[in-house]
Design a protein around this ligand. Structure first.
Ligand code: FES
Length: 343
């Protein structure tokens, strides 16, 4: 049995099957709703249930609190319909135009750029091309059906292989495989492009790009895309890591700072090793933004990396430093461990 869903603001309608998440149904029918993790961990797909009833499935309490639930808020990535619905949620132009495909790919190269980071390059079948927005991600589909998400670090105009940045999580099935047995010419399967983290090109505000660790990957794609499109908005990249080696492509960011007018790079280390001989900024990367830009009211911020960094940045920037809530765009790296807190 299918139900009808109406989006209050635009009046757009789509059908959802009885056991199908509302978000999945929307994307399947070309309607761009916001989302990130698709598993109840990040809160990106949160919206208001105006009319009708849903079953809200397992999710993290940090993504949707009990108080929000009693106020009729819902996470549509893990909500199914029990009647026709009317919902209120911001729509994302552009995402719905990208065709989501399941594709095989071949490992083209594995480049170790830090002791725990590999740049993985993937070749698509000769007759395939993946259209995506800079900042989006793909999901590998593993043999047991589980999935692992990675942002594309290459910009969409790039003609070569797709580039991903993989950090080794010891004990993690997929990354142990990448850092152990995976070799060139191996075949993988993925689905994509996914996600609503991409550069909003209809604005002219200066941009703050905020990354921790391999959160640099989609930020790299966004910067390379902006260069390709001759976008001249001022951009400052704050990239944080614990040690110098965590900023595994710092030389590329330094090169942008030399070559791209209006681009600045601020590397920030939270625990520099004495051997790093670090003369640069220290502390939490989002605090460095606040020190430099205490008034963020005229900016757009794009943040990607560890959930703790993304959440702290969103809270502090919007609550205390004037950033409009709708000018904070984020992709936080959620993992199986984050779902241990699921309710
Ligand atoms: S997309 Fe729904 S909680 Fe992340």
């Amino acid at each position: 049995m299918a139900f009808n869903v109406t989006i209050r603001q635009s009046g757009k309608q789509f059908q959802v099957e009885a056991d199908e998440p509302v978000l999945t149904a929307a994307l399947r029918q070309g309607i761009g709703l916001p989302y990130g993790c698709k598993n109840g961990a990040c809160g990106s797909c949160k919206g208001q249930l105006v009319n009708g009833s849903i079953e809200q499935r397992s999710h993290s309490s940090s993504a949707l609190s009990n108080d929000e639930k009693t106020r009729g808020m819902a996470l549509f990535c893990c909500a199914t319909a029990q009647s026709d619905l009317e919902i209120d949620i911001r729509e994302i132009a552009g995402v719905g135009d990208m065709q989501v495909k399941k594709l095989p790919c071949r490992v083209n190269a594995l480049e170790r750029v830090a002791h725990d980071v590999i740049v993985l390059k993937l070749q698509l079948p000769a007759n395939e091309r993946l259209q995506y927005l800079a900042g989006q991600y793909i999901e590998f589909i593993l043999k047991d059906g589980t999935r692992r998400s990675y942002s594309m670090a290459s910009a969409p105009h790039h003609e070569g292989p797709l580039e991903l940045h993989i950090r080794h999580m010891p004990g993690g099935v997929f990354t142990d495989h990448v850092f152990g047995a995976m070799k060139e010419r191996d075949i993988l399967r993925f689905e994509g492009p996914l996600g609503t983290f991409f550069l909003r090109e209809d604005a002219d505000k200066p941009i703050v790009l905020l990354a921790s660790g391999t959160g640099f990957a989609p930020i790299k794609a966004i910067i390379e895309h902006a260069r390709f499109k001759n976008i001249t908005r001022p951009m400052t990249l704050y990239w944080g890591g614990r040690r110098r080696g965590d900023l595994y492509l710092a030389s590329l960011a330094e090169q942008w700072a030399r070559e791209v007018p209006g681009f600045k790079f601020v590397p920030v280390l939270s625990e520099p090793d004495p051997a790093d001989n670090w003369q640069g900024r220290t502390g939490f990367v989002h605090r460095a933004v606040i020190e430099d830009l205490p008034d963020l009211s005229g900016y757009q911020v794009y943040a990607c990396g560890a959930p703790v960094m993304v959440e702290a940045a969103q809270r502090d920037f919007t609550a205390h430093h004037g950033l409009p809530a709708n000018e904070f765009y984020a992709d936080s790296f959620t993992s199986a461990a984050d779902l241990a807190n699921a309710v």
